[in-house]
Design a protein around this ligand. Structure first.
Ligand SMILES: NC(=O)C1=CN([C@@H]2O[C@H](COP(=O)(O)OP(=O)(O)OC[C@H]3O[C@@H](n4cnc5c(N)ncnc54)[C@H](OP(=O)(O)O)[C@@H]3O)[C@@H](O)[C@H]2O)C=CC1
Ligand SMILES: O=C(CO)COP(=O)(O)O
Length: 342
């Protein structure tokens, strides 16, 4: 069944998801802040700023008018950066259908409150209830999705019906959608992998090799899982697409803005210059800050995050950071195998 769907946000990810929806024959509206970009999408069918060189479906209609974009729409997909989520939700509230299914595809925490995106949405949107809220996560670079390259993602929701509706909406021969009831885990895994991607880029920028990268991914996953479980996630989620899957995609790909930012930092560039140069959201920077605070609040050991926090916000030299990680005290690989019960 073809649906009326509105995508909020015409950055790389919103545009790529609108393309998937248009491929599936849905009537897609994409809400865009910039009138020039809306005009470009409607007349030239391109998004030169975020996904240049890709021809978009003529069935994607861009609008700068939030009211007409959202009113009466049964499904709204949010693809804005984490720092914009609360404000966007506030703007949406007057126009949302009382029965709307909300899917968000944002990978980050709200820095000020340390809340997950679904918590922010539930706080701001009175019609948002957990039975009609889903998160889209997993290894999915927008640049590959718009080229219809094989991609797998996960839709997580506390509601079986919302998972199945979201899966039906998005799934096609190039875009395979799995379901997972662990919304908390999918959100946390998707957000925290960006920290490790920054570290992986930094390691490459410093000239370190595959051993260092493998160490970062594996020990990164260990600390992501530790914090995630403390915050209520289910452990198997971290072994799935939203966990290890997205870690691999983000830490090893030049498409990743987080990897690229890390690479430039590893080469000695300043954070402000790097972010200006990127011109797109680098969620891992704010997420490092949020995860550092969450780890302290929850009493969870996150050595890689702590070192990255020092590099990003306290002027620590990246090489010194690596040395600190390598010289940490001796420890069991898996604390639950420690016979002394550490
Ligand atoms: N790109 C990808 O491959 C993937 C991204 N994601 C996640 O999707 C989310 C969005 O990222 P992505 O699309 O890549 O980001 P981009 O940097 O490509 O685009 C950001 C988009 O958000 C808009 N925006 C920025 N600030 C605000 C604001 N304050 N209010 C409203 N809109 C705002 C921008 O509008 P404007 O141009 O007007 O500034 C632009 O449309 C992130 O959480 C990211 O981690 C998840 C999976 C894959
Ligand atoms: O989440 C992503 C791929 O799954 C995109 O990662 P970046 O934001 O680092 O580009």
């Amino acid at each position: 069944m073809k649906k009326n769907v509105t995508v909020i946000g015409a950055g790389s990810w919103g545009t790529a998801l609108a393309s998937v929806l248009a491929d599936n024959g849905h009537h897609v509206t994409i809400w865009v802040r910039d009138p020039k970009l809306a005009d470009q999408i409607n007349t030239k069918h391109v998004n030169e700023k975020y996904l240049p060189d890709v021809e978009l479906s003529t069935h994607i209609v861009a609008s700068t008018d939030l009211e007409s974009a959202v009113t009466g729409k049964p499904i709204v997909l949010l693809a804005v950066p984490s720092h914009a989520m609360r404000q966007i939700c506030r703007q949406l509230v007057p126009f949302l259908d009382p029965e709307v299914l909300l899917i968000h595809a944002t990978k980050g925490f709200e820095l000020e409150s340390l809340k997950r995106m679904s918590e922010v949405i539930m706080e701001e949107v009175p019609v948002a209830i957990s039975s009609r809220l889903a998160v889209l996560s997993g290894p999915s670079h927008a640049e590959e999705v718009v080229l219809r390259q094989p991609t797998t993602v996960v839709i997580a929701s506390e509601s079986g019906e919302s998972m199945l509706r979201s899966q039906d909406l998005l799934m096609n021969a190039n875009f395979r959608v799995y379901t997972n009831p662990d919304l908390v885990g999918a959100e946390i895994a998707g957000a925290l992998k960006n920290i490790i991607a920054l570290g992986a880029g930094m390691s490459d920028g410093l000239g370190y090799g595959d051993n260092a990268k493998a160490a970062l991914l594996t020990r990164g996953l260990a600390e992501i899982s530790r914090l995630g479980m403390k915050l209520g996630a289910m452990p198997p989620t971290f072994a799935g697409l939203a966990g290890v899957g997205d870690l691999i995609a983000t830490c090893t790909s030049k498409h990743s803005r987080n990897w690229r930012a890390g690479y430039l930092l590893g080469q000695g560039k300043e954070l402000d210059d790097v972010l200006e140069h990127m011109g797109m959201v680098v969620e891992g920077v704010r997420t490092t800050n949020a995860a550092f605070a969450l780890a302290r609040r929850e009493g969870v050991d996150m050595p890689i995050t702590t070192v990255l926090y020092g590099i990003l916000f306290e002027g620590k030299d990246p090489r010194q950071g690596v040395e600190e990680l390598m010289r940490r005290g001796k420890t069991f690989e898996m604390s639950y195998l420690d016979p002394n019960g550490a």
